[in-house]
Design a protein around this ligand. Structure first.
Ligand code: ZN
Length: 294
């Protein structure tokens, strides 16, 4: 088993991994760009003795975890949540990244490749006799199609972006309430090791603090949205009035604006988020395009 951690975990720099067993392996997520995915797959080949990649799991639809799918061998079966597949099918950013980030990411030679097998709640796959349980948290959280990969024998949890370790969580395409519930849901696995979607690896000793920080952050978003709505502030105005306190030092702090857009929308009854407006506001909050090193 290998966890692939890309520092510093900020925009487009995800974690991934591979599970070996029998005469093949299962990849958990790919990367955003051709260059980064090739680097990851080279490491997978070295770590596994070039074992065939029989399956690949996408923990959710976002491009930092899925654009590299097309660089996997043709024979690799890709698996993801049904909503993840739907989301990647209509993802506009893979066709050309808008100048929301600076520098504008160069995806290289990747093309849209969606799962051939989907799940709605759970599916168990095997690498040889090594069991990998794919589980959906039961409601929208980071996105509408999140999946974690749980290895019960090894007690390892690949959480996808249900956990951002040491940087700002993002829930604008999911749900604050669902993200809150997913924290207890993940804790109940009692993992010995966790590979978060972004940031350094976690173990049983560090997980409670990290989940606790997520909970406090999500509650800050909900409180800020509630008081902002009452005061007639827009999400951007509410963000500017918000004291991030202990979270001010987290990278990608402008996600506050994106997360508030979600909280406002859900408080008003839910629906489709205006992604463009949310990003325009996030750039206004940040004073320019969002920094990335991809
Ligand atoms: Zn991600």
């Amino acid at each position: 088993m290998l966890a692939w951690v890309q520092p510093d975990g900020s925009w487009w720099l995800n974690n991934a991994g591979v599970v070996t067993g029998g005469d093949g392996c299962i990849v958990i997520d790919t990367c955003a760009t051709e260059q980064r995915t090739r680097r990851f797959l080279d490491a997978v080949g070295t770590a596994t003795g070039d074992a065939p990649i029989r399956m690949a799991v996408n923990t959710h639809q976002h491009g930092d975890h899925s654009y590299g799918n097309s660089l996997l061998p043709d024979a690799t079966v890709i698996i993801g949540h049904e909503a993840m597949r739907d989301g990647l099918l209509v993802d506009p950013i893979i066709d050309g990244c808008p100048p929301v980030w600076t520098p504008v990411p160069d995806w290289g030679g990747v093309t849209r490749r969606v799962p051939a097998i989907t799940l709605r709640s759970e599916l168990t796959v095997f690498a040889g006799d090594r069991r990998v349980e794919l589980r959906h948290p039961g409601s929208p959280a980071h996105t509408t199609g999140d999946v974690v990969a749980w290895l019960p024998e090894e007690r390892v949890l690949f959480s996808g972006d249900l956990i951002f370790h040491g940087l700002t969580p993002l829930v604008f395409m999911g749900s604050l309430e669902g993200a809150l519930r997913s924290l207890d849901w993940m804790a109940a696995f009692e993992p010995a090791h966790v590979v978060p979607g972004h940031g350094p690896l976690l173990d049983a000793a560090t997980l409670p603090d990290v989940l606790g920080a997520h909970e406090r952050y999500y509650r800050l978003i909900l409180d800020t949205a509630e008081s902002g709505r009452r005061a007639g502030l827009s999400p951007l105005e509410a963000a500017r009035a918000c004291d991030l306190g202990e979270f001010a030092g987290w990278a990608d702090s402008e996600r506050l604006v994106l997360n508030l857009h979600r909280a406002y929308l859900d408080a008003a009854g839910g629906g489709e988020l205006d992604l463009l407006q949310a990003f325009v506001d996030a750039m206004a909050y940040n004073g320019g395009p969002l920094p990335t090193s991809v």
